[in-house]
Design a protein around this ligand. Structure first.
Ligand code: HEM
Length: 400
């Protein structure tokens, strides 16, 4: 279906209505049982079973993640997502240590302060738009901090991200329409120009931030080029913000609607890490990723032609009872959780440790300060499809 980026126009699930996007699990169960390999009218298939998806992830030489899989009007492939092995490995060799658990753990105190600063703004009010005042702001502030950019850049940063991920909203059209493509292209150019300018500043004076680190980094004795760094920054902007926002939206909506499960976390915060894994599995905020076949092949007996799109439905894989017998039960006491919410194979999420820490800190601090909450009375949450975020999430809670 789609990557941590929006679905291409040919995506049969792009038009999933908000009600279905709110609870996609029954649809995928039905598809796994009746049509596990779904033909897509523009050529290609969507896959719903874990066994088929694992086959795709095992063979990046056949199922490529190159720029044909998702076009965001970027002028060069995004690094490392749109680079295939073996070249892909050299970028991960550079980036993996920067996002390793030990490095990421150093951010915990700063993340804790950041979450609490946001909560301070509304904790005494008894109500908040969770999406506007928390889930969108937190990951964006984290990224600005990591890139050494001031917080007042936040609205501009969000506009750049949205101009790529949901250009149709800015122009009041549909995804893939000429107006929306033009806006996406214009935004892509603005992103390159924006980071180019910041990199010029860092060339003059290094800071303690990711951009300065990239300027001094080398892989196999070769420095990253300016274009390499721009292509990494472009991907970070679209991969590292909406994904965490959507995960927070999905998780807090679930907990708002399941008070018994929420109280388990309030009573025993040690359950938070396991709850996050389980909610990543059950909710699968990034519903799918896309590959393109670079040779003729077949999956589950179904012919695939060179150039066909293969939509990997992570959402479905994570609730596949052939792999997990009680997949339909949400349990915070699973001993292991092999979910694919961060994808699989060589392109598995680079930022998973950072994302997990952001989610853990947010969930721990929120429940410490606001243990009881609910979706505002009379409001039905509307989820976006593809990446399951909630644009408007009014929440109420008691104040002390
Ligand atoms: C809960 C939050 C997140 C979720 C659910 C998520 C999900 C994913 C998924 C499903 C993929 C695989 C894409 C594909 O195979 O086509 C991916 C890749 C990626 N993610 Fe994340 N992501 C999250 C947070 C982040 C963050 C915070 C960063 C920031 C660094 C990040 C950076 C990346 C990058 C760079 C890739 C491409 C890796 C490669 O191609 O080798 N993600 N993510």
């Amino acid at each position: 279906m789609d990557s941590p980026t929006p679905p291409p126009p040919s995506d049969p699930f792009a038009a999933m209505d908000p009600e279905m996007a709110a609870h996609p699990q029954p649809l995928f169960k039905m598809l796994r049982e009746s049509m596990p390999v779904i033909p897509v009218d523009t050529g290609g298939v969507a896959l719903t079973r874990r066994v088929d998806v694992e086959e795709v992830f095992r063979h990046p030489e056949i199922f490529s993640s190159n720029a044909d899989a998702v076009d965001l009007q970027n002028i060069r492939p995004l690094i490392p997502l749109q680079i295939d092995p073996p070249e892909h490995k050299k970028y991960r060799k550079l980036l993996d240590p920067i996002f390793a658990p030990r490095e990421v753990a150093k951010l915990e105190e700063w993340l804790t302060e950041s979450v609490n600063e946001l909560i301070d703004h509304f904790v005494d009010q008894g109500e908040v738009d969770f999406s506007a005042e928390f889930s969108t702001l937190f990951p964006t502030r984290v990224f600005l901090g990591l890139l050494g950019l001031p917080v007042d850049e936040l609205p501009h940063f969000l506009a750049l991200k949205d101009g790529i991920i949901r250009p149709q909203v800015a122009v009041g059209s549909t995804y893939g329409s000429p107006e929306s493509l033009a806006h996406q292209k214009q935004t892509a150019e603005a992103i390159y120009a924006y980071f180019d300018k910041v990199l010029d500043q860092r060339e003059i004076e290094r800071q303690d931030d990711l951009l300065s680190r990239f300027l001094d980094a080398s892989v196999d004795d070769q420095e990253l080029t300016r274009e390499d760094i721009l292509d990494i920054c472009f991907l970070f902007l679209i991969a590292g913000l909406d994904t965490v926002t959507a995960s927070l939206d999905c998780m807090f909506a679930y907990l708002a609607e399941h008070p018994d499960q929420r109280r388990l976390l309030v009573d025993d915060p040690a359950l938070v890490p396991a709850a996050i894994e389980e909610l990543l599995r059950w909710e699968t905020p990034v519903m799918g990723v896309v590959r393109v076949a670079v040779q003729d092949t077949e999956i589950a007996g179904c012919p695939i032609h060179e150039g066909d799109m293969v939509m990997v439905m992570l959402s479905s894989v994570n609730t596949d009872e052939a792999d997990l017998p009680d997949a339909e039960v949400v349990r915070f006491d699973r001993e292991s959780n092999r979910h694919l919410a961060f994808g699989g194979g060589v392109h598995r999420c680079l930022g998973s440790h950072l994302a997990r820490l952001e989610l853990r800190v947010a969930m721990r601090e929120w429940h410490r300060r606001i243990p009881e909450y609910a979706v505002a009375e009379g409001h039905t949450l509307a989820y976006t499809s593809g990446i399951r975020s909630i644009d408007h999430f009014p929440m109420t809670f008691p104040t002390s």
